[in-house]
Write a protein that binds this ligand. Structure first.
Ligand code: C2E
Ligand code: MG
Ligand code: MG
Ligand code: MG
Length: 288
């Protein structure tokens, strides 16, 4: 009996697994086509100076415009893209698109683009970035590339070498999701990052969890000692913003400043000079 049950369960799981594999294969095929057809869109989320909420740049965040499923968030397809290698053409598309759009802004705001581990381990990454900068006319000083420490695990020397070459071109390198990996500190030791982005899982718990609050303070202290500006991501409330200001955090990013939005909605921030500054002040919900 037990054996029969076991076999039934096996058949059930086998069917489930086949189903999952089939679905993933379909999704991968659709994604490959979506990259060719450019059924993708980059949304931009403002990053602001903490002290006065002045916008200093944007992070590029990709979405998939799926014909039947609607807008698919990156966490639902980036892992698949990473596993299938599709992240290489996808990542290059995002980089080119966001550099192109940023080059069209009146104000020289920075543009931060996420790099996947596979991209960072690509031998020709610096060449690709260089070509995109030339083609789009974006100054390297305006480009910031965000990497997570997991990107350094595959081929450590290759990844480090790429980061050095990118930095030599004048591109800035930010460490993303700081504190969530296994060896954040040794990664900080091995490369002179230009920015540390403290992960939103800590930021969202400021004042809610004593430990998270202490960790955020410690990361800010670490950044201060190493002379690396710290950006807090996932800042949602005026209280969090106030706390981060008080602790001398350099920059903030999160719903309290603005949500990721399509390029054609950014003109209040990216156009002109005077108006842009005024518009940039508005979304800050915190009192001075
Ligand atoms: P990330 O690089 O850590 O980006 C920040 C994520 O936090 C974004 O999610 C953003 O929308 C979200 N976020 C920002 N402010 C808040 C807030 O106040 N509250 C909350 N709850 N969330 C906030 P999104 O757009 O879903 O992207 C998720 C992740 O997908 C990104 O995390 C990044 O790792 C990855 N990703 C997005 N675009 C790309 C890309 O072009 N290439 C690669 N390789 N990865 C990408
Ligand atoms: Mg990021
Ligand atoms: Mg992040
Ligand atoms: Mg994150």
């Amino acid at each position: 009996r037990a054996k029969e049950n076991g076999r039934g369960a096996y058949r059930f799981f086998k069917r489930e697994m086949d189903e999952t594999i089939r679905e993933r294969r379909n999704l991968a095929r659709e994604l490959r086509q979506a990259i060719v057809d450019e059924d993708l869109v980059v949304h931009y989320q403002p990053q602001a100076r903490a002290s006065d909420s002045q916008i200093c740049g944007f992070e590029a965040l990709v979405r998939w415009k799926h014909p039947t499923r609607g807008m698919i968030p990156p966490l639902d397809f980036i892992p698949l893209a990473e596993e299938t290698g599709l992240i290489i053409p996808l990542g290059e598309w995002v980089l080119r698109k966001s550099c192109e759009e940023a080059a069209g802004w009146d104000r020289p705001l920075s543009i931060a683009v996420n790099l996947s581990p596979l991209q960072l381990n690509q031998a020709n990454l610096p060449t690709i970035v260089h070509e995109i900068l030339i083609q789009t006319g974006l100054s390297p000083a305006r480009l910031e590339l965000e990497v997570t420490e997991s990107a350094l695990f595959k081929d450590y020397q290759r990844a480090l070498d790429n980061l050095r070459r990118l930095k030599a071109m004048g591109v800035r390198i930010a460490m993303d999701d700081f504190g969530t990996g296994f060896s954040s500190l040794s990664t900080l030791q091995s490369f002179p990052f230009d920015k540390i982005k403290v992960d939103k899982s800590f930021v969202e718990n400021i004042h809610r969890d004593e430990r998270a609050t202490v960790i955020v303070k410690a990361v800010l202290g670490l950044g201060r000692s190493l002379d690396i500006p710290v950006v807090a991501e996932g800042v949602e409330t005026p209280e969090q913003l106030e706390f981060l200001r008080g602790e001398d955090c350099a920059e903030v990013q999160g719903y309290a400043i603005g949500r990721p939005a399509p390029a054609d909605t950014l003109s209040a921030w990216t156009c002109g000079v005077v108006e842009a500054v005024e518009a940039a002040e508005k979304p800050a919900t915190a009192k001075r």
